[in-house]
Design a binder for this molecule. Structure first.
Ligand SMILES: NC(=O)c1ccc[n+]([C@@H]2O[C@H](COP(=O)([O-])OP(=O)(O)OC[C@H]3O[C@@H](n4cnc5c(N)ncnc54)[C@H](O)[C@@H]3O)[C@@H](O)[C@H]2O)c1
Length: 264
């Protein structure tokens, strides 16, 4: 039976947020901590992760910082087993790491292709696998991976990034199928346009920035904090029957045409 007043609460839960030093990961960690979880803020950028954890503690929440490179399988495994030893459980994984090399496909080098795939697909695979093993033994958990509107709609210069974001969705669906019987849910969030360091290049070019704002139904960019609500929803009992889903937090980007509003 659903306890409605606790539907979005995560008290006593342990949440690992990878990519927590910046942007959406930092806001997700703050949102999860505000809902009562212990936020383990992990990132390649150790100083940034510590800054996020310190910020949460200053807000009255519980948080710790961890240094983690998701592309390093040995490190992924040892960090996850240290968490299990120290805290005895792991209830939520949010994984955000991604990089983008914006370039026409005909100009892409093999090394650039490998670099983007290594972080966006393999890194997220490695952390989801290590955490999935713990959760599946535990018999519960929620894994949240970050896809993008680029999983379904694309533009010049985003071919490789888009391929990784579509690939992540299929991997999450397969993991949802494999772990569902063991009480573990796996979902993706697909943001639209969010102001973070990842999109700084766009913000510095007003034509590009404004065209993106006008493409969606709300006619604006999102702040990173606006991604925290979807994360808390998918992490909490409120989404207990949601798995294998892609939650588009995109202000209608993928729902509407957006090129032109006819004079009607
Ligand atoms: N910002 C947007 O408009 C937008 C839109 C759609 C999807 N997304 C997706 O949301 C997610 C978060 O994006 P963001 O804008 O917050 O990005 P960001 O660049 O601000 O943050 C990414 C974080 O991941 C960390 N990271 C990178 N490589 C890592 C590694 N190997 N190991 C551990 N940490 C690593 C970085 O240090 C950084 O702190 C990404 O998956 C991105 O593709 C973002």
């Amino acid at each position: 039976m659903q306890e409605f007043e606790k539907m979005f609460r995560l008290d006593g839960k342990v949440a690992l947020i990878v990519g927590a030093a910046s942007g959406i990961g930092r806001s997700a960690a703050r949102g999860l901590a505000a809902a009562g979880a212990l936020a383990l803020c992990a990132d390649l950028n150790a100083a940034g992760a510590e800054e996020s954890a310190a910020g949460i503690r200053a807000e009255g929440g519980h948080a710790e910082a961890l240094e983690l490179n998701v592309t390093d399988n040995a490190q992924v495994r040892s960090v996850v087993s240290e968490i299990q030893e120290k805290h005895g459980r792991l209830d939520v994984l949010v994984s955000t790491p991604a990089i983008n090399v914006r370039k026409p496909l005909l100009n892409y080098t093999g090394d650039e292709f490998d670099k983007v795939l290594r972080v966006n697909l393999k890194g997220n695979f490695l952390i989801a696998q290590a955490v999935g093993r713990v959760m599946s033994e535990q018999g519960s958990g929620s894994i949240i991976l970050f896809s993008s509107i680029r999983s379904v709609t694309v533009e010049p210069g985003q071919g490789v990034y888009a391929a990784t974001k579509a690939g992540l969705v299929q991997m999450a669906r397969a993991l949802a199928a494999e772990l569902g019987g063991r009480g573990v849910r796996v979902n993706c969030i697909a943001p639209g346009i969010v102001e973070t360091p990842l999109t700084q290049q766009i913000k510095s070019q007003p034509d590009w920035y404004n065209a993106y704002a006008n493409k969606n139904a709300l006619k604006r960019w999102a702040s990173a904090d606006e991604m925290a609500g979807p994360v808390v929803f998918l992490a909490s009992p409120a989404s207990s029957y949601v798995t294998g889903a892609v939650l588009f937090a995109d202000a209608g980007w993928t729902a509407i045409d957006g090129r032109f509003d006819p004079p009607v």
